[in-house]
Design a protein around this ligand. Structure first.
Ligand code: ATP
Length: 322
């Protein structure tokens, strides 16, 4: 293998830049040429390639977002789009591809492999942590830290005004961000898509806390909770509970941005490095994961099928400590 390409795809995540840097510098150190592809699969179809040198990835390890940009590409979902993308890779002499992205990006990568024999390895780059076969995805730790920082500030005002806050965090299908954010911020409850939310139980708990003369309460809601988002749940609770005045904060896209934590920079550096080694060793159609601190390879089709189980122990811990 003489030349590889690297790209970022799907939703952006802090640490993607550190991943691009690691792929580039690992490959260069092994005598390979490297090209970057702008705007994910759309850039691959539109031939938006750029040669990457040691200097191209200087001064980016600490930056959020992705300097190669990312995109969602409907064209790539078509057979013709993928054929054009594969033809462009071939024209550039690219023999191996590293995709940094989420489950959609890996489904696309698997199609590129199956239909055109492209050798491709993925690094999980998504704040949601919703891929199977890895304990952590790049960007997740930063997103949790951003949410915790925001909730610390909300708690100050909640306590000063004796208020109940419903704080919505990202997580359409997975409660990972909500759970860790809730534990780290000392939330009264965490509502996640993986478990059924009973409004009666929640209001009973709030009543109990209210009677204990707690000054405020914070409930963390994953956006995909079965009882609705934070706005809907607040309405349902307000109809039954007459304690603290309630407010809703939807954290939204601030969770995607910002300088990556040291954890995410190190994770991205290790995964980017491992992805290049995997390509050189002949692996393809796999995602690099981190399991029990070690780099592992997980077939794309397994990685995207479902996500890891949310820790029951940590969910219980929220209850015990609240
Ligand atoms: P995140 O988890 O942050 O949303 P993602 O990688 O899952 O990231 P998606 O928008 O789902 O983001 O996927 C990124 C791109 O991958 C899509 O825009 C599309 O081009 C390609 N893709 C997704 N699913 C498929 C599919 N079934 N077949 C071919 N390509 C796909």
């Amino acid at each position: 293998m003489k030349k590889i390409a690297v790209m970022t795809s799907g939703g952006d995540a802090p640490g993607m830049n550190a991943g691009i840097r690691a792929v580039t510098r690992t490959a260069l150190s092994l005598g390979l040429e490297v090209v970057g592809i702008y705007r994910g699969y759309q850039g691959m179809i539109e031939n938006d390639f750029i040669p990457l040198s040691h200097e191209s990835v200087r001064n980016i390890i600490h930056r959020g977002g992705t300097f190669l940009k990312t995109a969602r590409s409907d064209d790539f979902r078509t057979i013709e789009g993928r054929a054009q993308a594969a033809a462009n890779l071939k024209a550039h002499g690219v023999e191996g591809l590293v995709v940094i992205g989420g489950d959609g990006s890996f489904t696309g990568a698997a199609a590129l492999h199956d239909e055109h024999g492209v050798k491709v390895v993925g690094c999980p780059g998504t704040i949601d942590n919703d891929l199977f076969g890895t304990d952590y995805t790049i960007g997740y730790d930063t997103a949790v830290n951003t949410a915790v920082h925001a909730i610390d500030q909300i708690r100050d005002t909640a306590a000063s005004h004796n208020r109940l806050f419903f704080v919505e965090v990202m997580g359409r299908d997975a409660g990972f961000i909500a759970l860790r954010t809730g534990l780290a911020s000392g939330a009264e409850a965490v509502l996640v898509p993986e478990t059924t939310t009973y409004i009666e139980d929640l209001t009973a708990k709030l009543e109990k806390n209210w009677k204990m003369k707690k000054s405020s309460a914070i409930i963390i809601v994953a956006e995909g909770d079965d009882a609705g988002g934070a706005i809907e749940i607040a309405k349902k609770v307000n109809a039954k509970f007459e304690g603290w005045e309630s407010k809703v904060t939807v954290l939204g896209h601030i969770q995607r941005g910002g300088s990556p934590t040291a954890f995410d920079r190190i994770l991205a550096s290790r995964m980017g490095h491992a992805a290049v080694l995997a390509l050189l060793a002949g692996s393809t159609d796999v995602m690099i994961g981190q399991k029990n601190g070690e780099m592992v390879e997980v077939p794309f089709k397994q990685a995207v099928k479902h996500h890891e189980t949310l820790s029951k122990h940590l969910l219980d811990l929220v209850e015990i400590l609240s």
